[in-house]
Design a protein around this ligand. Structure first.
Ligand SMILES: *Cc1c(COP(=O)(O)O)cnc(C)c1O
Length: 403
C-alpha cells in the first residue's frame, strides 16, 4: 500500500540542493518502468521515447534480464579480475560469436570502452605498425560524441563539453563527418586509427552519405590504420541491424559497445577486436575493478539473448519503416528535416520554432517522454519492443505539438 503521495517539488529541491547541476532533465520524477512505459511518483504513465539514450532497447525491466540480475546477485557479484569467475568465459564467447570478433575486453561505462579502443590503437601503432614513440595520431570527426573523460572531451567540437577542462591530450585530429576525401588527405604514416560513430547519435541522428563507411574501410586498409567504430548508441539493434556497420557491409577492426549491452540494468561496456589488435594488451596493461564481473556478465548475456531471441533488430527494421513513413508524412512548418534509421529519429526544427525544449515539455504533458539534443533537434529512440500502435500514438502526439 502506498503511503502519503510524495511531494514532487521536494524531490526536485533535493536534487537542486545536493546534486551537481550537470544535467537539465525534464521535471518528471520516475519510479517505475515496464517495457515502453514508465510511471512517475504520482502514478502518471508515460511512453518512453528515449530509452536512456538507447540503453533500454530491450524495454524497461525486461523480466528475463531482471531475473538474471537477481539470481546472479544472490550468488556472486564481484570478484575483480584478480580471480576468475564462472560467468566471464561464457559471456566472452557469446558476445564475440554474436558480433564476429576474436576477443573482447570488458569495461563498465561507454567512455571507458572508448578509452580502451584508443589505447589499443596506439599500442598497436607502436608495436605493430612501427609508429615512432608518442607520435600516434587518431582521426575523429566534427560533432562526435564519445563520452566524458578528459581525453575524449579534448577532441569534442562541442564548446559546452570541453570549455575549461583542458589541457587536453594531444594525438587527435578532427575532420568533417561524412567527408571521406578529407580522411584520405589527412592520412600520414603516424595515423593509427580512425574513430567514428557510424551514425552520430548525440549530434542528432546524423547519417553520413552512403558509401562513407566503406570508403573509410578502404582508406584505412590502404594506409594501414585501424577503423574503430563507436557503436555504443547505434549498435545492438537500434538501426535494424546488430551493428550499424552492417548497413554498409563494413567490418571495423575494433567495435565499441555499451548502453543496450545490459538492457539498462547495469553499466556494461566492451571493446571487441581480433587477436592482431587485442594481443597488445598483456597483464597489467589495462583493466577495471568492476570490468567483467559476474553480475555484469550474467546481465549482459541475458540482454544479448533477449535481443536475438525477440528479434529486436529485425523489429527495429520493420517498425522503423513505419516510423519513417509517419515522420515523412508529418507536415509542420516548424520541422526543417527528419532523419530516420531503424527506430531512431532526429527531428530537426526550424530555428524559428524557438528550440526543441518547449516541444519535449509539451509532449511530456501528453504522456510522452523524449529529449532535445542540442538546441533544435528532437531525438526519438524508443525501446525496440514498442508496438506499431504505440508508434502511431507517439506520432499523433508529436504532430499535435508541432502543429
Ligand atoms: C553514450 C555514448 C558514449 C558514452 O557512454 P557512457 O556510458 O555515457 O560513458 C560514447 N559514445 C557514444 C556514441 C554514445 O552514445
Amino acid at each position: 500500500m502506498r503511503t502519503a503521495p510524495p511531494d514532487v517539488r521536494a524531490l526536485l529541491d533535493l536534487e537542486a540542493a545536493f546534486s551537481a547541476h550537470n544535467y537539465h532533465p525534464l521535471d518528471v520524477v520516475l519510479e517505475k518502468g515496464e517495457g515502453v512505459w514508465v510511471w512517475d511518483v504520482e502514478g502518471r504513465r508515460y511512453m518512453d521515447l528515449l530509452s536512456a539514450y538507447g540503453a533500454v532497447n530491450q524495454g524497461h525491466n525486461h523480466p528475463r534480464i531482471v531475473e538474471a540480475l537477481i539470481s546472479q546477485a544472490r550468488r556472486l557479484a564481484l570478484t575483480s579480475r584478480a580471480f576468475r569467475n564462472d560467468r566471464f568465459g561464457p559471456f566472452c564467447r557469446k558476445v564475440t560469436g554474436l558480433l564476429g570478433y576474436g576477443k573482447v575486453l570488458m569495461m563498465n561505462s561507454g567512455a571507458e570502452a572508448v578509452e580502451t579502443a584508443i589505447k589499443a590503437a596506439r599500442r598497436w601503432g607502436y608495436r605493430k605498425k612501427g609508429v615512432p614513440g608518442d607520435r600516434a595520431e587518431i582521426l575523429v570527426f566534427e560533432n562526435n560524441f564519445h563520452g566524458r573523460t578528459t581525453t575524449i572531451v579534448g577532441f569534442s567540437t562541442d564548446p559546452g563539453t570541453r570549455a575549461d577542462f583542458g589541457p587536453f591530450a594531444p594525438g587527435f585530429r578532427t575532420l568533417p563527418f561524412g567527408d571521406a576525401d578529407a580522411v584520405a588527405r589527412a592520412m600520414t604514416p603516424n595515423v593509427v586509427g580512425v574513430l567514428v560513430e557510424p551514425i552520430q547519435g548525440e549530434a542528432g541522428v546524423i547519417v553520413p552519405p552512403r558509401g562513407f563507411l566503406r570508403r573509410l574501410r578502404e582508406i584505412c586498409d590502404e594506409h594501414r590504420a585501424l577503423l574503430l567504430m563507436d557503436e555504443i548508441q547505434s549498435g545492438l539493434g537500434r538501426t535494424g541491424k546488430l551493428l550499424a556497420q552492417e548497413r554498409e557491409q563494413v567490418r571495423a577492426d575494433g567495435v565499441i559497445i555499451g548502453k543496450a549491452l545490459s538492457g539498462g540494468l547495469y553499466p556494461v561496456s566492451a571493446f571487441l577486436a581480433d587477436d592482431e589488435v587485442m594481443d597488445v594488451f598483456g597483464p597489467g596493461s589495462h583493466g577495471s575493478t568492476y570490468g567483467g564481473n559476474p553480475l555484469a556478465c550474467a546481465v549482459a548475456e541475458a540482454a544479448l539473448d533477449v535481443l536475438v531471441e525477440e528479434r529486436l533488430p529485425e523489429r527495429a527494421q520493420e517498425l522503423g519503416e513505419h516510423l519513417q513513413a509517419r515522420l515523412s508524412a508529418l507536415r509542420s512548418p516548424r520541422v526543417r528535416e527528419t532523419r530516420v534509421v531503424g527506430l531512431w529519429a532526429g527531428i530537426e526544427l526550424d530555428p524559428a520554432a524557438g528550440g526543441a525544449r518547449r516541444y519535449t515539455e509539451a509532449l511530456r504533458g501528453k504522456g510522452f517522454l523524449c529529449k532535445e539534443t542540442h538546441t533544435h533537434t528532437i531525438r526519438l529512440a524508443p525501446p525496440l519492443v514498442i508496438s506499431r500502435a504505440e508508434i502511431d500514438a507517439a506520432l499523433d502526439a508529436l504532430a499535435a505539438v508541432l502543429a
